[in-house]
Design a protein around this ligand. Structure first.
Ligand SMILES: [Fe+2]
Length: 382
């Protein structure tokens, strides 16, 4: 292991119940006078979005909304969002929602001033340096789910509608200028979404913790993030109005995304193509493939996960940690297998090829090959 690394930690996070009331003040602080609020179609119809638009309107910032955002946002959504941004003469974006609203909002702010196609900025080597950094618009991020952590991330996942591949678009200046993390906004999430998004946060922490890269700060955050999920996700699932559990889960979601600067792994390498091809929920997929990936990685992470089991007060070494994950999934009503999610096993070769091209492969503690990745899909299928 080389003890070198380039580390980047996040941004101003205004955390706490009721702090969405500071939305207009956050715009002023970020230098935004004509914000475009970007969210998904479903959220656009809900009261939380109306409240945010009302707060902006009252403060003289207008109430511009763009909501043509699919659950897995694609380049057509992005193009339409950029057009709305330019046509409206906006000077910043409020990225509002779960993963799709946050990711598309960040991508609109990024692409609003670029001249090259979005795929030129995929997270490959130094491709991000192709962007005109001065033309990137400022973003205020307001998460309404607790899991993606995209509010503190420097990337957006955009699905290529032609190839069904999820691409990570990266630039350091995509990091939101201000995050408003208000757990009251997450209270309305139904139990299945609470479970799926919460398991996404857990997967981020777990994969970051297990990745072989040197980043002890992220490893520490990942460990505490897993503890917060273990203690609070079952509570938030059982009682969505438990604001304390909602707050801890919102923190854990952000922590997972900070932690995965250390790397992701096979859980995400599998769930990205599954999500892109079948349109299934990202975090739920992570939870479904998690046991198979833990079994594959066991030789490389046995000691590390035994330490995590002690910290989470589970005990029992690797086995204890594994059994805990199985119990957590069952308690949250997560489907046991991909088959239970409606995935037929007739496309495993294509899914394997897509997984092998996923950048998350690089952070898996056991080297991924076509053979072991295909076997993971077989095991997770049930
Ligand atoms: Fe994820």
């Amino acid at each position: 292991m080389t003890l070198t690394g380039t580390w980047s930690y996040p941004t101003q996070i205004r955390f706490g119940a009721g702090r969405v009331a500071e939305l207009a003040g956050a715009c002023a602080e970020a230098g935004i006078t004509r914000p475009l609020l970007v969210t998904d179609r479903v959220l656009a119809t809900l009261e939380v979005t109306e409240r945010a638009l009302g707060l902006l309107d009252e403060a003289g910032f207008g109430r511009a909304l763009f909501a043509e955002v699919d659950p897995n946002p694609n380049e057509a959504n992005l193009e339409a969002g950029v057009a709305a941004y330019r046509d409206g003469g906006h000077d910043g974006v409020i990225a509002f929602g779960g993963g799709s609203g946050l990711d598309l909002g960040k991508a609109v702010a990024f692409m609003a001033g670029q001249t090259r196609p979005v795929w030129d900025f995929e997270d490959v080597g130094d491709w991000w340096t192709r962007a005109n950094a001065d033309a990137i618009a400022p973003v205020i991020a307001v998460p309404t789910t607790a899991g993606t952590g995209s509010e503190v991330g420097r990337a957006s996942v955009i699905t290529n509608a032609a190839t069904h591949e999820k691409k990570i678009i990266f630039h350091p200046r995509m990091l939101p200028k201000v995050v408003i993390a208000d757990p009251e906004l997450t209270v309305g999430m139904p139990p299945a979404i609470t479970a799926g998004t919460g398991m996404d946060a857990f997967a981020h922490c777990l994969e970051a913790y297990c990745s072989p890269h040197f980043h002890p700060m992220s490893a520490g955050i990942a460990l505490e993030g897993m503890r917060l999920v273990a203690e609070n996700l079952p509570r938030a699932y059982r009682d969505g109005s438990d604001l304390g559990a909602r707050a801890q889960m919102l923190a854990a979601g952000g922590m997972g995304a900070v932690a995965f600067q250390k790397g992701l792994g096979a859980i995400h390498a599998l769930s990205h193509p599954l999500g892109a091809v079948y349109g299934l929920h990202h975090g739920t997929l992570n939870a479904v493939v998690m046991p198979a990936v833990l079994r594959l990685n066991r030789p490389a992470v046995e000691d590390r996960l035994a330490r995590a089991a002690d910290y989470l007060r589970i005990g029992g070494g690797f086995e204890g940690f594994f059994d805990f994950v199985m119990r957590l999934r069952a308690d949250l009503g997560i489907p046991a297998t991909l088959r239970d999610m409606g995935v037929a096993d007739d496309r495993l070769d294509a899914l394997t090829e897509m997984a092998m091209r996923d950048p998350s492969c690089g952070g898996n503690p056991v080297a991924l090959t076509r053979d072991n990745v295909r076997q993971l899909f077989v095991e997770a299928s049930g």
